[in-house]
Write a protein that binds this ligand. Structure first.
Ligand SMILES: Nc1ncnc2c1ncn2[C@@H]1O[C@H](COP(=O)(O)OP(=O)(O)O)[C@@H](O)[C@H]1O
Ligand SMILES: O=C(O)C1=C[C@@H](OP(=O)(O)O)[C@@H](O)[C@H](O)C1
Ligand SMILES: [Mg+2]
Length: 172
């Protein structure tokens, strides 16, 4: 069995995935890290030099690759389930259990403000108001995909450790 973490940028996929993998002693794969290693470029460099469409093509290719693996905790990028046939591939992958880490707009704004620069889609947004407006619209569009996950876990007001333990308790 594998666990696939889904959710908007800043929902905690990478941080919670790493923690979860330690608890259950599964291999941890962060799809963004996987792409960066395979392409030998950082995510901002890929967007800057090759463009978003190239990134989405590689994201699809490597998603299919890692979905073949078992006993992994897989943290996706925020956009992964929202392009092409990716969400269907996740839902149909054998032994994969998908979890949507659901976070409110204010929580996302708070977590993403200090980390905007590493995320090309929001790096240009200057004020808290701009970030709030962008996330509100973007999350509305993407929720259609996220909400197809097998399970939803609300993250607001919970620490990383509490969320990881909640997931473990719900699964085993
Ligand atoms: N539940 C939480 N409580 C407090 N901080 C959090 C929580 N979830 C994530 N964070 C913080 O938000 C930032 C983004 O988390 P990250 O795991 O990179 O999100 P994602 O991979 O979903 O974009 C990190 O600094 C992380 O420590
Ligand atoms: O939401 C998105 O489209 C993206 C989210 C990022 O991952 P995180 O959700 O881990 O920040 C990364 O894949 C890329 O910057 C694009
Ligand atoms: Mg991440």
């Amino acid at each position: 069995m594998s666990i696939v973490l889904i959710g908007y940028m800043g929902s905690g996929k990478s941080t919670i995935g790493r923690k979860l993998a330690k608890i259950v002693d599964f291999e941890f794969i962060d799809l963004d890290d996987y792409i960066q290693k395979k392409e030998n470029l950082s995510i901002p460099q890929i967007f800057e030099t090759k463009g978003e469409i190239y990134f989405r093509k590689k994201e699809h290719l490597y998603l299919k690759e890692v979905l073949q693996l078992s006993n992994i905790i897989l943290s996706l990028g925020g956009g992964t389930p929202c392009y092409g046939s990716n969400m269907d591939a996740i839902l149909n992958a054998e032994g994969a259990h998908s979890i949507y880490l659901k976070s409110s707009i204010p929580s996302l704004v708070k977590r993403l403000t200090p980390e905007k620069a590493q995320r090309p889609l929001i790096a240009h947004l200057k004020t808290e108001e701009e970030l709030t407006e962008f996330i509100g619209k973007h999350l509305f569009e993407r929720s259609f995909y996220y909400s197809q996950s097998n399970q939803t876990v609300v993250t607001d007001g919970k620490s990383i450790a509490v969320i990881a333990e909640e997931i473990v308790a719900s699964l085993f």
